[in-house]
Design a protein around this ligand. Structure first.
Ligand code: MBD
Ligand code: FE
Length: 282
């Protein structure tokens, strides 16, 4: 079996992969020039206020400049931003929605994963089969509980060592990733394995930032999902596990009480849980 002793993807490796993936999708927004000017002005003012409040010195300013350069060269902007900033943007989006709670996307989503039927198993290695199986079932509905035909779940998660495929070179391309096509009533049943908590790489500038604040680098074990259906708003979210380590101190501030699963372990050693999703109208 492959173990954490024998594989240790680096901050530079996962950061560079995340940056390259993000750049491939060239970001755009229809923000008006007036709104952009106001946001830019206020963002700078907030930073100036911190500098004045703390009496930041020239040596400190230069260390800050060096750190920003290091984050870019290490490819860690996707990691840093999604861990420390994205949750606030998600909060803005969440305030206009009624359905299943969303959470941050994070840096490790990859589009166009293999499509799988409503009852399926995620692609996994033979090593992964030795881990605790998880069967995750449920239904995708509208806000009134009516099942939605044509619904899909894009699911991606870390393996039992905390690594994501395409961001750790030892894993097959689509390991623990898939697009599940729910049945005509929006039902699905997915077999996968329990993911491990995720540790932000500590050997890069984001790790240095965490250490500087005496913080820990951990996210609780989680599943990532984008749930969608024709005519509905898609929801990007994450699901966590009751009692899981770091649930109450996620470094990315992305847990919500409504997003915690409580799987039951069967006599066969399989963890089973159901979770239903309600989608807002588009
Ligand atoms: C992750 O797995 C993740 O979900 C986020 C948000 C940041 C870093 C790693
Ligand atoms: Fe994640």
């Amino acid at each position: 079996m492959t173990t954490t002793e024998s594989v240790s993807p680096t901050a530079l490796g996962s950061g560079t992969a995340a940056t390259d993936k993000f750049k491939g999708e060239r970001a755009t927004s229809d923000t008006s020039p007036e709104r952009l000017a106001a946001i830019a002005r206020d963002a700078l003012s907030a930073l100036h206020a911190v500098i004045l409040e703390h009496g930041v010195t020239y040596p400190e300013y230069r260390v800050f400049k060096q750190w920003l350069i290091d984050v870019g060269e290490g490819g860690e902007w996707p990691l840093f931003l999604d861990v420390f900033i994205e949750h606030a943007v998600e909060e803005v989006l969440a305030s206009s929605r009624k359905g299943t709670k969303g959470s941050i996307e994070g840096p490790y989503y990859v589009p166009d994963a293999p499509e799988l039927p409503a009852e399926c198993e995620l692609p996994m290695r033979t090593e992964d089969r030795e881990q605790t199986p998880l069967v995750f079932s449920g239904q995708i509905t509208d806000l009134d509980g009516n099942g939605l035909g044509g619904a899909k779940i894009e699911l991606w998660h870390a393996d039992a060592e905390g690594f994501y495929s395409q961001f750790a070179p030892h894993l097959p391309e689509w390991n623990l990733r898939g697009i599940i096509i729910a049945d005509t009533e929006g039902r699905y049943s997915i077999r996968t394995i329990q993911p491990a908590p995720y540790r932000i790489p500590t050997d890069g500038p984001t790790g240095a930032f965490i250490t500087a604040q005496n913080g820990h680098p951990w996210r609780p074990a989680h599943l990532h999902l984008i749930v969608s259906a024709p005519g509905r708003e898609p929801v990007t979210t994450q699901l966590y596990f009751r009692g899981g380590e770091w649930i109450d101190s996620d470094v990315a501030s992305a847990t919500k009480p409504e997003l915690i699963l409580d799987p039951v372990t069967g006599d066969d050693g399989v963890n089973r849980v159901t979770y239903d999703f309600a989608l807002d109208p588009a």
